[in-house]
Design a protein around this ligand. Structure first.
Ligand code: IFM
Length: 467
């Protein structure tokens, strides 16, 4: 090879993006945690309805009712009931977090508890959440508060839920009230959890409340959710003026967006087209609306909604990414024009979801273009024996580190979940917890093998798990 050819080859190589190795041996040899930046938030996540117990909201009603053909809405007719009783065991749960060595906890406040009737506020519940935030701070754990994680008060559901613009007004009022009540303790706010998942299950597939199968209703609900987010962010900024953690900012606002890798099943153009459309709707609509302030929702053949939302552009200080899995996509004649599946032989979790850590790296790289810090607000797996979680945790944090090494501003990682909890339509069969919850033995919390892995990562990051 002459010198000119070598120079050209080197120039070409430098211009090529080289993907990091995701070989198991490489991952296992990496002291994960050491490559995360200073101030990185390492935490766990939960949501009120999944852990608190005793909630009365649209989901509790959905759990009691059935589809028109008589099938129960929830696997084995399970009800969330006492959940993990975290409403009463919060201090115990904080001790679990301290044992993990976490420095952040993402939890949601339950709107139906706080405002059981329009304009009627439950001051006792407000006080309890305030105490929780104080307890977390005292333990060196940053509270990250989600304002809406799927559930609605009954009165909001009765007025038409997210299809009704009045719900946007109600959520704005609720957000303002939360900012006033909790702002002295809370800086990190997550307005909404996974609006895309909520509208697909609730308004397109009809498997979550309100049980609709109507693409237009889905688009309307999603547009209202984005408007609610923008107005909520405005309220939080106006009414939470206390810098609780002393970092110079009184609020630090984002939302949690659920992403899935969609990969064409074959090289056929039809598979690629359908994959692109699926990705555009599910993964891209929301970030693009945040970037431009313009909501554009297109479902070929049925919906084209275009709307400017005041305040949406620049409404987030950070973007949360909830990442779990990848789907292979084949074009077919079904209403969604596609069949999504996991090829045989792939490693999966106990819900059959592909375990693909590289996908997290790819999304972090992709959303870096938004120009705001990113936070992995959820990542986890249903692992009923607990044996796969240590490597899952390691490999996904490795993916975060690779993105950080390439300059992506990732500010945190929250494992879903602290403990096994109510997994919506699937009831209590799935186990997403770092701590196992023994439902037949008084909701006792027990370590899974990944607790030790988490502690090791925390130590590598310079945190100090309690013994
Ligand atoms: O349990 C859910 C959570 O409520 C939202 N994100 C996905 C998790 C696992 O399915």
């Amino acid at each position: 090879m002459n010198a000119r050819v070598v120079v050209v080859a080197l120039v070409l190589l430098a211009g090529c993006e080289r993907r990091p190795s995701f070989e198991e041996a490489t991952i296992n040899a990496t002291p994960v945690g050491k490559g995360l930046p200073r101030g990185f938030l390492l935490g766990t996540a939960t949501a009120s309805h999944q852990v608190e117990g005793g909630n009365t909201n649209d989901w509790a009603d959905w759990e009691r009712t059935r589809y028109p053909d008589g099938r129960p809405h929830i696997h084995e007719e399970t009800r969330s009931g006492p959940a993990t009783d975290s409403w009463n065991r919060f201090a115990e749960d904080v001790n679990l977090m301290r044992r993990l060595g976490t420095n952040a906890y993402r939890f949601s406040v339950e709107w139906s508890r706080l405002e059981p009737e329009p304009g009627v506020w439950n001051t006792e519940a407000l006080e309890r959440y305030r105490q929780w935030a104080r307890l977390l701070r005292a333990a060196g754990i940053e509270p990250v508060v989600t304002l809406h994680h799927f559930t609605l008060p009954r009165w909001v559901a009765a007025q038409g839920g997210w299809e009704n613009p009045a719900t946007v007004d109600a959520f704005e009022r609720f957000s303002g009230r939360m900012a006033e009540a909790l702002g002295a303790e809370v800086d990190w706010w997550c307005t909404l959890n996974e609006p895309n998942v909520l509208v697909v299950f609730g308004y397109l597939e009809g498997t979550w409340p309100p049980g609709q199968q109507d693409p237009r209703a889905m688009a309307t609900a999603l547009a209202h959710l984005l408007e609610a987010h923008a107005r909520s962010a405005r309220q939080l900024r106006a009414r939470d003026t206390t810098d609780a953690d002393g970092d110079g900012r009184a609020t630090w606002i984002g939302l949690a967006h659920h992403v899935r890798v969609f990969q064409p099943a074959t090289g056929a153009p039809s598979d690629s087209i359908v994959t692109g459309l699926t990705d555009a709707f599910f993964n891209e609509s929301l970030p693009s609306a945040l970037r431009t302030g313009h909501v554009s929702l297109v479902v070929p053949g049925s919906v084209s909604l275009q709307r400017d939302v005041p305040g949406l552009k620049d409404s987030v200080d950070w973007l949360g990414i909830n990442y779990y899995t990848r789907d292979h996509v084949r074009q077919d004649a079904s209403p969604s024009f596609s069949h999504k599946y996991v090829p045989a032989g792939r490693p999966t979790n106990d819900l059959g979801w592909d375990i693909y850590p590289e996908g997290l790296y790819l999304f972090l790289k992709r959303y870096a273009a938004l120009g705001v810090p990113l936070v992995v607000t959820e990542n986890g797996l249903d692992d009923r024996t607990g044996e796969r979680r240590p490597y899952f945790l390691r490999s996904h944090l490795y993916a975060v580190e690779r993105a950080v090494a390439e300059g992506v501003p990732v500010h945190g990682y929250f494992h879903w979940s602290l403990l096994d909890n109510f997994e919506w339509s699937e009831g209590y069969a799935p186990r997403f917890g770092l701590f196992r919850v023994e439902r037949d033995f008084g909701l006792t919390r027990r370590d899974t093998p990944a607790v030790e892995t988490f502690r090791e990562v925390a130590r590598n990051l310079g945190l100090t798990p309690t013994p």
